[in-house]
Design a binder for this molecule. Structure first.
Ligand code: 16G
Ligand code: MG
Length: 542
């Protein structure tokens, strides 16, 4: 026990309120900031163990992404910059929920199960978003790392994907890039400059982009980056955190859910706009047309733009490699049809949550993955990266130009996780290279009208799903009811799933018209309410 004296002492400074229970959810712990001090300290401990276990540097990011300013949260980052492996999510939950006098027992149990050698060195990178609670909560993480004699490096204010990038750089001994904010900018700026230098005749109008920084860390980081873009992109930054509140009536989640532009953005008809979320790992684009109608270009449209571009380059380079787009059940049916039938791409569907998409995308030479909500990136196999390197060296003329475009696209993309800044630069480069306006991009396919609703039930775990959440297996009769309702609507599709972040059941419906999608969503909500133990009043029609 002597080796844990420091843990015992320090944990008294970060006591767990008796009886409080939290879960390492889809993207880590997330709740009101007042309930997280002990969780942060313990995640510092866990990161120090995970580092010894993997003999690599581990990341801990303090953020609650798109949640309100009052919330906070924490995500752990594994050695290659990917999200924490599921077995350790279970440890994280156990450690966070251990009552004060059980903490050492749980800690020792993890050490024993994973045969962790405490004499090994431990290294942990820590980062935080701009929430007022983040400073003290990240101190608690650092306390935890130190209590287990780990070394920590505090990156301070960084976006979530920047910290993922740092971890990957460090564990690849710099092969992925330099593990500093400066190194991150350098890599992206160079790739962006190389890509856009092939399109020298752009007008200022084509270079203009309005960005909503969600009043968060993304805005701060973009402000550092923009002056260095050398006029290749003319960014007007809104919701830049100088006056507005984080995620309040702005940010990618607000825009996606409300289907309207953020408050405070000064957009004219046809202006190309995008919104980041509160920790800079999601992005959506939009514009309004001459009639004032709002048009959203979500993760599905982004995946289509990027995969179409990369597929064309592969063909031009004569590289016969496999490529897939990974989506979730939320992907608009029109996008799936376009990618499969017109683009002849492999399309895979997984459960909601970035880690699931990431995992499937790893199986291909190029795996483009995006959730409709704007979280996504592209993964490239080692084989592909090597072939591109060879082509850049051995070919000339047009083939070399194409290989160079591919190489710089790879460099511009943050392969560790979805990254609003990197995605934005890639999208801007593709639009520039193709000479495409945001309206032309939007016109690649037309979204089917859709509607999302929530239903409150007494226990959402009664809903069990299969087939990447597209079908339910319980409660009995629900799937049959949904099938019956879907049949009544042209181009109808609907599914329900328990949320991983909120105590609700989510309902999705799409159909040929908005009226039809709204009606279907309502009918399916009623079926959930009746068959899965709905609470409160019956769902009302929209
Ligand atoms: C989390 C996930 C996101 C997913 C969302 C679903 C990460 C980094 N984030 O925010 O990918 O779309 O949860 O929420 O994995 P839901 O389960 O409440 O619908
Ligand atoms: Mg986020």
């Amino acid at each position: 026990m002597a080796q844990f004296e420091e843990v015992s002492k320090k944990s008294e400074l970060h006591p767990k309120p008796v009886g409080m229970v939290q879960q390492y959810g889809t993207a880590g712990f997330r709740t009101h900031a007042d309930h997280l001090d002990h969780v942060m300290f313990r995640m510092g401990l866990l990161a120090a163990l995970r580092s010894r276990n993997t003999k690599a540097t581990i990341g801990v990011m303090v953020t609650a992404s798109h949640n309100p300013e009052e919330d906070n949260g924490v995500k752990l980052i594994d050695p290659m910059g990917e999200m924490l492996t599921p077995v350790w999510e279970v440890y994280a939950t156990r450690l966070a929920n251990a009552e004060q006098d059980h903490l050492l027992t749980v800690l020792e149990d993890i050490i024993e199960k994973e045969s962790i050698d405490l004499t090994q060195e431990a290294h942990v990178f820590v980062g935080k978003d701009t929430r007022s609670s983040s400073a003290r909560l990240s101190e608690a993480v650092l306390d935890g790392v130190t209590a287990l004699r780990g070394h920590s490096k505090d990156y301070g204010l960084v976006t979530t994907p920047q910290l993922h990038y740092m971890v990957c750089c460090c564990n690849t001994q710099g092969e992925y890039g330099q593990a500093s904010v400066e190194g991150y900018y350098h890599k992206l700026l160079q790739a962006f400059a190389e890509l856009t230098k092939y399109v020298p005749n752009r007008t200022d109008d084509q270079k203009c982009l309005l960005v909503d920084g969600a009043n968060g860390i993304g805005a701060l980081k973009l402000r550092e980056l923009v002056p260095r873009l050398q006029g290749e992109l003319l960014v007007s930054l809104f919701c830049d955190s100088t006056s507005g509140k984080l995620n309040h009536q702005c940010g990618a989640d607000f825009v996606k859910v409300q289907q309207k532009s953020p408050k405070g953005i000064d957009m004219k008809a046809g202006d190309r706009c995008c919104s980041f979320d509160g920790d800079g790992d999601r992005i959506v684009y939009y514009y309004s047309d001459a009639e004032g109608h709002f048009h959203l270009l979500d993760g599905d449209k982004i995946a289509t733009l990027i995969s179409t571009f990369l597929k064309e380059l592969l063909t031009q380079a004569g590289l016969d490699l496999n490529m897939a787009v990974v989506q979730t059940a939320y992907a608009n049916g029109s996008s799936t049809r376009y990618l499969q039938d017109t683009m002849k791409l492999i399309v895979k569907c997984t459960k909601t949550g970035v880690k699931h998409l990431h995992h499937v995308a790893q199986e291909f030479d190029i795996g483009v993955y995006f959730e409709a909500n704007g979280h996504g990136t592209v993964l490239f196999s080692k084989v592909l990266e090597e072939k591109i390197r060879q082509l850049c060296k051995d070919s000339d003329g047009e083939r070399r130009r194409v290989a160079t475009l591919l190489k710089n696209s790879v460099d511009l993309i943050n392969q560790t996780v979805g990254d609003a800044i990197s995605d934005m630069l890639l999208i801007e480069a593709i639009l520039a290279i193709r000479g495409m306006t945001v309206q032309q991009w939007d016109a690649i396919y037309t979204d089917l009208p859709n509607r999302q609703l929530k239903v409150k039930v007494s226990d959402r775990r009664v809903i069990e799903t299969t087939d990447a959440e597209r079908k339910t297996v319980s409660p009995a009769g629900l799937q049959e009811a949904i099938d019956g309702l879907v049949e009544k609507h042209r181009q109808g599709r609907s599914f329900v799933r328990p949320s991983g972040t909120e105590d609700v059941v989510r309902v999705y419906a799409e159909a040929e018209t908005q009226e039809s999608a709204d009606a279907l969503a309502h009918e399916v909500s009623l079926a959930v309410y009746r068959l899965a133990g709905g609470v409160g009043g019956e769902p009302k029609p929209l």
